[in-house]
Design a protein around this ligand. Structure first.
Ligand code: ADP
Ligand code: MG
Length: 451
């Protein structure tokens, strides 16, 4: 495929999508540079245009390319000042890293890839992330390597603050200990630069660059799984740094032991230091995060709207922030007040995708699985305890987790009438009162079903 030609097709689509005006203001200024490792590289004249395009049109741009080649996994825009020749020169690829002592740039330098908002001050700590936070903080504050946390391995689902914590470490060191040399880089960029250096027969300077740092942070390490030579190179870098008493911080979407397609020796070494997981948020943490964002923006919105968001947008912090921003943007644009009613309206699509619909069948299946009974026992008339108790629990869960009536629930459990269901619910409630272990059991099942 000729990607340069494809670019013209993509441009046609952009015009169709966004119109001439937007095309002229933004897209007409960028050009196709190259295609490499399934990454499209475009060039833009300034950092500002690059950042604007990526944050406003980045996703669409990627989708437009993927229409023509589904293997494309990223679109990158680099600024013309650093053209390809420079990009291939390792020293010039400062985009994803920061040499705190050499660049001497201000903290708000736009060319740095660190997000200004991602500081420790802006990070809200709660039970789900307190270990990860404390560990990150310790690495940032220490003047030397924290050997019991080397590497510090942060893992957890998307949008839960891993990248935020890594940037926070970099900001902190930049501010308080600027002679420490820090590199922060996504695993994807690591691979990309490694391949460039191979192509340029310049692997030595690639190696040197990484081996001369005090702290190396690699984000989203899962990306290099299955990529053998990059993995190998990463492992050498990793070993060299650890052996020389330098700090490593790594993030991943899963724990080291859950990584597939990675060599066993690498996998086991990743878990040698401190493995800290970032759990899904709790309601309290979500409230805290919303409060903190509102304070930062100096905006007040009704408390029932805040609680509504914290209750409904449970997937991750990124979506929660997105929802809040959407509500605020809407009210600013339309000039209307923020109320619960219009919030529900504005977020309708988002809420739908966040809503998990639990059916009685799901409940029966999960409960039967957990107690090792047959699904058919859920609707059988048998009263032996080992079958009747799980059935009662399932009826109770059906009542609290679905909108079904007692009569409807009864029907699904083998045409029992509503008094039987009522009796079951009462029984389960009583047991929850009197027996802590039983209550915990019911809680566990509830969580399993809600996730
Ligand atoms: P991850 O790297 O785990 O996918 P990010 O670090 O990119 O997630 O976080 C997604 C968004 O959520 C960012 O805007 C980040 O600032 C915000 N965020 C996540 N956790 C917190 C937190 N505890 N306090 C404040 N903001 C948070
Ligand atoms: Mg991240």
């Amino acid at each position: 495929m000729d990607y340069k030609d494809l670019w013209h097709k993509v441009v046609e689509n952009i015009i169709k999508y966004y119109g001439e005006a937007i095309y002229k203001s933004w897209f007409s200024k960028i050009g196709f540079l190259e295609f490499s490792d399934n990454i499209i590289i475009l060039s833009a004249p300034t950092n500002f245009i690059r950042d604007w395009l990526l944050s406003n049109y980045g996703e669409t741009l990627l989708k437009l390319w993927q229409q023509y080649d589904s293997n494309i996994k990223a679109v990158e825009i680099i600024t013309k000042a650093r053209d390809v020749a420079q990009l291939e020169n390792i020293e010039g690829t400062s985009e994803d890293m920061l040499f705190s002592n050499r660049m001497g740039e201000g903290i708000d330098n736009p060319s740095s890839n660190l997000d200004l908002r991602f500081t420790f001050d802006n990070f809200v700590v709660g039970t789900p992330n307190e270990l990860a936070y404390a560990a990150a903080r310790a690495v940032a504050e220490s003047k030397t390597v924290v050997s019991e946390s080397n590497p510090l391995f942060l893992y957890g689902g998307v949008g839960l603050g891993k990248t935020h914590l890594m940037h926070a470490i970099a900001w902190y060191i930049r501010r308080n200990n600027p002679t420490r040399k820090v590199i922060y880089m996504s695993a994807e960029k690591f691979m990309y630069q490694f391949i460039k250096s191979l192509r340029n027969k310049d692997v030595m300077s690639f190696k040197e660059k990484f081996r001369s740092v005090d702290l190396l942070m690699i984000d989203d390490i899962q990306f290099i799984c299955g990529k053998d030579s990059t993995q190998e190179e990463f492992f050498h870098t990793f070993n060299a740094l650890i052996d020389n008493n330098r700090q490593m911080v790594i993030s991943c979407d899963r724990s080291p032991s859950d990584l597939d397609n990675i060599e066993v020796r690498i996998k086991s070494r990743l878990g040698w230091g401190l493995v800290a997981d970032v759990h899904s948020t709790t309601y309290e943490l979500r409230l805290g995060i919303l409060a903190s964002k509102l304070e930062q923006m100096n905006i007040k919105i009704p408390q029932n709207v805040v609680e509504f968001l914290a209750t409904k947008i449970t997937s991750n912090v990124r979506e929660l922030e997105g929802a809040l921003n959407k509500v605020i943007a809407h009210s600013t644009l339309v000039g209307s007040e923020i109320t619960l009613a219009n919030t529900q309206d504005i977020l309708r699509d988002l809420l739908r995708s966040n809503e998990k619909i639990i059916t009685i069948e799901d409940i029966q299946r999960k409960v039967a699985e957990r107690y090792n009974t047959k699904i058919s026992d859920m609707s059988s008339p048998r009263r032996i305890r080992s079958i009747a108790r799980p059935r009662q629990i399932a009826m109770y869960l059906a009542k609290i987790l679905t909108p079904k009536s007692l009569a409807d629930i009864g029907k699904k459990f083998g045409k029992k009438d509503h008094t039987t269901v009522m009796h079951a619910i009462k029984k389960v409630e009583e047991l929850c009162e009197s027996d802590i272990e039983f209550r915990e059991e019911v809680n566990v099942l509830t969580r399993i079903l809600q996730n």
